[in-house]
Design a protein around this ligand. Structure first.
Ligand code: SF4
Length: 414
C-alpha cells in the first residue's frame, strides 16, 4: 500500500488552503495572501515586511536564492526546522528541531547572520544563545507559533500571583517547553525553573520535582504552555496519575480551579496546545490500524493523551527521524507529526510504507509562512548591506531566559 496522501494532492492543497490556529483547513485566496505585509495578527510577534518581496512566480527565484546565498558565503548560516517547506530546506545549512538549531547557531560564532527558517520563539532562543555581534534574522515576522501565543507573560504572572494567594508558590517549580516566548523562559529563570524540549521533558520534570521533595513527594510543577507534553510526560514517564494533573485556564478566575484542586495537584498544566499535533485523534489510530494491519503508529508527545496512549511509539521529531532510519525495510509506519516532515520521511524511505496519521492534510501554517520569496528577500537584503527582520530579545529577559536555558543544558543527557 502506498502513502495515504499523494504528492499531487498535497501540493495542490498547500497552494489552495491554509490551516487556521483552530486547526480548520480554509481556502486561501492566494498562497501568498498571508505573507505578513502590513497585517497584525496580534500574535507572538509584530508583523511587518518592509520592502518588496520577489514574486513567487519569478522563474529566477531559485537562481536568485543561490546567488544571494553565494554572495553571503560564510557570513551567513541558514537554519531550517524540520517542519519547513522543501523549497526552504533546500537552502538550509543544517536542519533540526528547535533546540538542536539553537545550539547549532551558538556553535557558529563566525557567522555574522543567522537566518532562522522556523518560527519566532526559535529565533529568540537563537538570539539568546548567540553573541551580541551576531544578528538573527527571521525571514517572515508573521511566522509565530499558536502554542507559544497561548501563554502571554501577563497571564502567566497573574497565574503565579494566584498560586501565591493560595500559598503554593514555595512548593511549585515552573517548567516551560522550548516552544514559548523568551519572556516565558525568563519567567521560569526568575522563579528557579527550567526549560525542556520534547526529548528531555522527563529529565527536566524529574529535576523540577526534586527541587520540591521528589516525584513521590507533594511538590508541584507549573508546566507551560503545552498541556499535552506535560500530561503525557508526567503520566507515561514519571508514573503520576491523570488525577494528579489539573489544567489552568488563564481566561478563567483562579484558572477555573478551586483552591483545593490547586493544592492537591502535582502537575498544573497550562491550557495550551499545538494546533497541528492537537488535530490527531484516537480515531485516526483506529482507522490506520484497520487500513494497514501491522502498522507502527509513531506520534509526537504534543499529541493528546488518548492518542499517545493508543500509539505504539512516542517521541520528538529527532526521535521520529531516527526511528524511521532504524526501521526494517518493508515495515509500515503511521506518523503523527507535521506533514512537511512526514512527506520528506516518506521520500527518504521508499523501502518502507510511511503514512500520515491524519486523514486530512495538516501543515503548520505559521511554519509555512517562511517560503522561498521571503528567504530570497532576506538573503538579498543582507547581501545588499540591509539587515531585515532582526530578532532581538530584551536584555533582561535574555539574561533570565539564559539562566533557564543553562539550567536545562546542565540536566543529565544533554
Ligand atoms: S507545529 Fe505546533 S508547536 Fe510547532 S510551530 Fe507549529 S503550532 Fe507551534
Amino acid at each position: 500500500m502506498g502513502p495515504l496522501w499523494d504528492d499531487v494532492a498535497v501540493s495542490t492543497l498547500l497552494n489552495e488552503t491554509t490551516t487556521t490556529s483552530n486547526g480548520f483547513v480554509e481556502p486561501a485566496a492566494s498562497p501568498l495572501l498571508l505573507l505578513g505585509q502590513g497585517r497584525d495578527l496580534a500574535s507572538e510577534r509584530g508583523v511587518e515586511c518592509t520592502g518588496a518581496l520577489p514574486a513567487p512566480s519569478d522563474p529566477d527565484l531559485v537562481e536568485r536564492a543561490r546567488a544571494a546565498r553565494a554572495a553571503l558565503g560564510g557570513r551567513a548560516f541558514v537554519l531550517g526546522h524540520h517542519y519547513q517547506r522543501d523549497e526552504v530546506i533546500d537552502f538550509a545549512d543544517v536542519t533540526g528541531d528547535s533546540f538542536k538549531l539553537a545550539r547549532e547557531a551558538a556553535a557558529r560564532p563566525e557567522a555574522e547572520f543567522v537566518i532562522f527558517c522556523g518560527v519566532h520563539f526559535m529565533a529568540e532562543s537563537a538570539d539568546i544563545l548567540t553573541s551580541d555581534a551576531q544578528q538573527v534574522v527571521l525571514p517572515d515576522l508573521a511566522a509565530g507559533c499558536s502554542m507559544a501565543d497561548m501563554a502571554a507573560i501577563g497571564q502567566v504572572e497573574e497565574a503565579w500571583a494566584t498560586l501565591s494567594d493560595v500559598g503554593i508558590t514555595g512548593d511549585t517549580v515552573p517548567v516551560t517547553y522550548m516552544n514559548s516566548s523568551a519572556a516565558i523562559k525568563a519567567f521560569t529563570g526568575r522563579h528557579g525553573g527550567t526549560v525542556c524540549t520534547s526529548s528531555n521533558a522527563q529529565v527536566a520534570l524529574r529535576w523540577a520535582f526534586d527541587q520540591v521533595g521528589g516525584v513521590d513527594g507533594t511538590g508541584k510543577v507549573l508546566f507551560l504552555p503545552d498541556q499535552h507534553l506535560g500530561r503525557n510526560t508526567a503520566v507515561q514517564q514519571l508514573g503520576l496519575s491523570l488525577d494528579d494533573c489539573v489544567v489552568y485556564d488563564p481566561r478563567k478566575p483562579m484558572g477555573g480551579l478551586t483552591e483545593a484542586q490547586l493544592r492537591d495537584a502535582r502537575m498544573i498544566l497550562w491550557r495550551g496546545h499545538c494546533s497541528v499535533h492537537g488535530r490527531f485523534s484516537e480515531r485516526n489510530v483506529t482507522e490506520i490500524r484497520a487500513k494497514a494491519p501491522g502498522v507502527n503508529v509513531l506520534v509526537h508527545p504534543e499529541c493528546k493523551h488518548e492518542v499517545v496512549t493508543a500509539a505504539d511509539m512516542v517521541g520528538s521529531t529527532e526521535y521520529i527521524i531516527r526511528a524511521l532510519d532504524a526501521a526494517e525495510p518493508g515495515s509500515t509506519w503511521a506518523i503523527g507529526t507535521e506533514l512537511n516532515l512526514v512527506r520528506r520521511l516518506a521520500k527518504a524511505h521508499p523501502d518502507k510504507q510511511v503514512h500520515y496519521l491524519d486523514s486530512t492534510v495538516c501543515f503548520c501554517s505559521t511554519m509555512n509562512r517562511i517560503d522561498l520569496p521571503h528567504l530570497v528577500w532576506a538573503m538579498e537584503s543582507l547581501a545588499d548591506g540591509r539587515t531585515v527582520n532582526r530578532i532581538v530579545v530584551d536584555p533582561d529577559d535574555a539574561h533570565w531566559a539564559r539562566v533557564a536555558l543553562d539550567q536545562m543544558l546542565a540536566l543529565p543527557g544533554l
